[in-house]
Ligand binder design. Structure first.
Ligand SMILES: C[S@@+](CC[C@H](N)C(=O)[O-])C[C@H]1O[C@@H](n2cnc3c(N)ncnc32)[C@H](O)[C@@H]1O
Length: 289
C-alpha cells in the first residue's frame, strides 16, 4: 500500500497522460490495479492536500502504462479485468474483451422475457468470458442456461467468472463447435443467443493493432463475407429451439439486412433488427415459427 498526496498523484498522472493514451484507460488502470475507483479520485481531488492509498506503487503502475502505450496492448488484458454491466470479469488473451454494445443483448432478453421470476431454458453459443450468460443466469435465477465455446481455454475463464460472480448453479459450460454441444437439447431451448465472430476477412486484415494483435482471431473472423458462422447458427437453430423459441444474434454494423434475410429463409417470424447506442442495426432477433 502506498500513501501519497493527491497533489503528488495528480502531477504524476499528468506526466503519464502526456506520454499518450486516454484518460479513460488511465483511470481504468488506477481503479483495477491501484484500487482507487474513479468517483473516489474525483472526490479526493477537491482537496489536493488529501491522501491517497494506492494498492501498488507508482513504478508498477507506470510500467503497465508504458506497456500499454508501447505495444498498444489493451489495458483490460494488462490488468486482467474488465467491467461489463454490473459484472467484474477476468479477461485473458484467450477471450474477447466484452464490448459495451453487447450489454444491450441482456436488455433485449429483459424485454422479451420480462419479470426476473420467469423461468426459461437458454443457450449461448460462443460465450468467451461468459459475460452474457452470467448476466442472464444472475438476473433470472430460476432459469437454466448452457454456455458453450469452441475454445476450452475461453470456457475456463468463463467458469472462473461465473464462480466469482455467483453462488448459483443454473449455468453449465460445454466445449464444442456451435450447436454440437447441445445435441441432447434438440427442440428444448426457449432462447439461443450468440455474438459470433462476424468480421469479414478483408476488414479483419485492416483491424487496429490493439485488436488484431491481441484479441483471439477465432473470436473475430467470420470468413470471407463475415457471415460464415451466422449462417450456420441460423440454419441449425430450428432443430434446437422450441416452437416460438427466440434467436438473438449480434452482427457487424452493415449485416443487419442480410441476417434478416437468413432468418426469413429459415422460417423465423417476428423478425426485427435492433439498434445499438450508435444507431447501428447491431442485433437481429426472431422466433422460430
Ligand atoms: C465475438 S466472441 C463473443 C464472446 C462473448 N460472447 C462476448 O460477447 O463478449 C465469439 C466467441 O465465439 C467462439 N467461437 C468461435 N468459433 C466457434 C465455434 N465454431 N463454435 C463455438 N464457439 C466458437 C470464440 O471462441 C469466441 O469466444
Amino acid at each position: 500500500m502506498l500513501c501519497i498526496s493527491v497533489k503528488e498523484f495528480l502531477l504524476w498522472k499528468k506526466k503519464q497522460i502526456s506520454k499518450g493514451g486516454d484518460n479513460q484507460s488511465f483511470d481504468f488502470l488506477i481503479e483495477c490495479i491501484g484500487g482507487i475507483p474513479k468517483g473516489d479520485l474525483n472526490l479526493l481531488s477537491l482537496n489536493s492536500e488529501n491522501k491517497l492509498y494506492l494498492k501498488k506503487n507508482l513504478d508498477h503502475l507506470e510500467s503497465i502504462w508504458n506497456d500499454h502505450l508501447l505495444y498498444s496492448s489493451p489495458i483490460q488484458y494488462l490488468c486482467g479485468l474488465t467491467f461489463w454491466r454490473n459484472l467484474k470479469l477476468k479477461v485473458t488473451d484467450k477471450v474477447l474483451i466484452p464490448r459495451p454494445e453487447t450489454e444491450l443483448i441482456v436488455d433485449i432478453v429483459f424485454k422479451i422475457f420480462g419479470e426476473k421470476s420467469n423461468k426459461f431454458f437458454f443457450a449461448e453459443l460462443g460465450t468467451g468470458s461468459g459475460a452474457i450468460s452470467i448476466a442472464l443466469a444472475l438476473s433470472y435465477p430460476l432459469s437454466d442456461g448452457i454456455a458453450t465455446d469452441i475454445d476450452q481455454n475461453a470456457l475456463e475463464v468463463a467458469i472462473k467468472n461465473y464462480r466469482n460472480s455467483s453462488k448459483q448453479s443454473n449455468l453449465r459450460f460445454i466445449c464444442g463447435n456451435w450447436w454440437s454441444p447441445l445435441e441432447s437439447f434438440k427442440g428444448k431451448l426457449d432462447l439461443a443467443i450468440s455474438n459470433p465472430p462476424y468480421i469479414p476477412k478483408d476488414t479483419y486484415e485492416k483491424l487496429p493493432k490493439e485488436v488484431k494483435n491481441f484479441e483471439p482471431k477465432v473470436a473475430l473472423l467470420g470468413g470471407e463475407d463475415g457471415l460464415k458462422h451466422i449462417r450456420e447458427i441460423i440454419q441449425k437453430a430450428p432443430i434446437f429451439l422450441k416452437e416460438k423459441g427466440w434467436l438473438i444474434l449480434e452482427n457487424h454494423f452493415d449485416q443487419g439486412e442480410k441476417v434478416k434475410q437468413l432468418f426469413i429463409k429459415n422460417k423465423f417470424t417476428s423478425i426485427e433488427i435492433l439498434k445499438d447506442f450508435s444507431g447501428i442495426g447491431r442485433f437481429t432477433i426472431g422466433r422460430y415459427k
